[in-house]
Design a protein around this ligand. Structure first.
Ligand code: NAD
Length: 365
């Protein structure tokens, strides 16, 4: 693979390959854009079948972090890392310390955190080698698991969408379908229940679904049908690609707002299809920014109250996106991309992120 050509196609600043065979470390760190500040993004641990797949994932994810940080008003850029390996068998202190040394070598251009298949404990090992890590345990006075804060941001986003689409200023009696009740989904269900919403939930992990049904009196829905549940709001909180050519025509909700990353399988066509159907889509990286805001707060000395106050800004960000979408008659995901890019352009002194930004944005996943 021509790595530099691939980097150019998506405007990445730097890609670092880390290799320490003695401890089994094979990792890639991608820094997409540092115009607004140092790049921040989690570290995934995954048994990628090929290095190409690992590279393509880390490039895509780091770019999404640039947009998320920009739209959230953070002075951070976009970065991400992947460790290639089996998280069940390959996890060790030595491996994460070696990864920490790689991160340290970048001198602060990249700050790491826990992500899919990595934990705050793994990050404690990373911390032994570098200060450029966030999302450390609460026992160390840090921010801990970001999921409850992400869930709170999604709640704020759902309220903004309900206000815009249904002209209702509270969630009492609003029917919400939550797809995936893992770390974020379950916390979101609790917040929605407190706010008086009626819950419909699904999970491919039956025990997780049963737990939420028992705890909160939610209605269980088969995971193959949750997207088509007769509800007001669909909250995708599982994996990416939930909004696609098969599911979109079957959606009955008039609002989509959830935590999952990369919800649109094909950003251009699927975002436009939702818009044409009159479904109000809260762009994923706008509504799920709570976790990143929480991690960013830790960099300034963690203060939960300050973090939650900043997360409440998701309301105003979404209201602005919804208003602009209505006024300019274009899909919300396009408006969000434009706002994120505009802030970076301004910080760069008017320079375009890239001459073909519009096309690239449309293709971004
Ligand atoms: P998680 O792994 O704890 O939960 C995901 C849940 O979805 C699991 O219980 C899984 O069994 C279930 N699931 C998977 N496929 C499903 C399907 N087809 N139908 C129904 N359920 C399914 O993950 P999480 O931390 O809760 O994150 C959820 C999503 O939100 C992910 O896309 C993640 O990238 C995104 N996100 C998370 C955070 C955070 O703070 N954790 C922040 C931003 C974005």
């Amino acid at each position: 693979m021509d790595v530099l050509a691939v980097m150019s196609r998506h405007d990445h600043e730097q890609v670092v390959f880390c290799n320490e065979p003695a401890v089994g470390l094979k990792a890639i760190i991608a820094i997409h854009d540092t115009t607004l500040g140092p790049s921040l993004g989690g570290c995934r641990f995954y048994p990628y079948p090929t290095e190409e797949q690992a590279l393509s994932d880390v490039l895509r994810l780091s770019r999404a972090m640039t947009y998320k940080a920009s739209l959230a008003g953070l002075n951070l850029g976009g970065g991400k890392s992947v460790i290639i390996g089996d998280p069940e068998t390959d996890r060790s202190e030595a491996l994460f310390r070696a990864f920490g040394r790689c991160v340290d070598g970048l001198g602060g251009r990249y700050i790491t955190a826990a992500d899919v298949n990595t934990s705050v404990t793994d990050m404690e090992w990373v911390r032994r080698e570098t200060q450029y890590v966030t999302g450390l345990p609460e026992t160390l006075g840090s921010s801990g698991d970001p999921s409850p804060v992400t869930a709170y941001g999604v709640l704020v986003g759902i309220k903004a969408a309900v206000m815009t689409q249904l002209d209702i200023d509270n969630l009492r009696g609003i029917k919400v379908a939550v797809q995936g009740v893992g770390h974020v989904g379950r916390n979101l269900c609790r917040l929605l229940r407190e706010a008086g919403a009626e819950l419909f939930i699904s999970d491919i992990n039956q025990a997780a679904a049963d737990g939420v049904v028992a705890e909160l009196g939610a209605t269980w829905v088969d995971h193959r049908e949750i997207h088509a549940a007769p509800v007001d709001v669909l909250a995708p909180c599982a994996m990416g690609g939930a909004l696609n050519e098969v599911t979109i025509p079957e959606i009955k909700a008039s609002i989509i707002a959830g935590a999952a990353n990369n919800q649109l399988a094909r950003p251009t066509t699927d975002g436009e299809a939702l818009y044409r159907r009159g479904i109000l889509y809260a762009p994923d990286y706008a509504v799920n920014a709570g976790g990143l805001i929480n991690l960013a707060n830790e960099l300034e000395g963690y203060d939960r109250k300050r973090a939650l106050a900043k997360v409440e800004g998701i309301h105003d960000t979404l209201m602005r996106i919804f208003r602009m979408s209505a006024e300019e008659e274009r899909p919300t995901h396009q408006v969000a991309d434009g706002l994120a890019e505009g802030r970076i352009r301004q910080a760069a002194g008017g320079k375009s992120m890239h001459p073909a930004t519009a096309v690239r944005t449309a293709e971004r996943q």
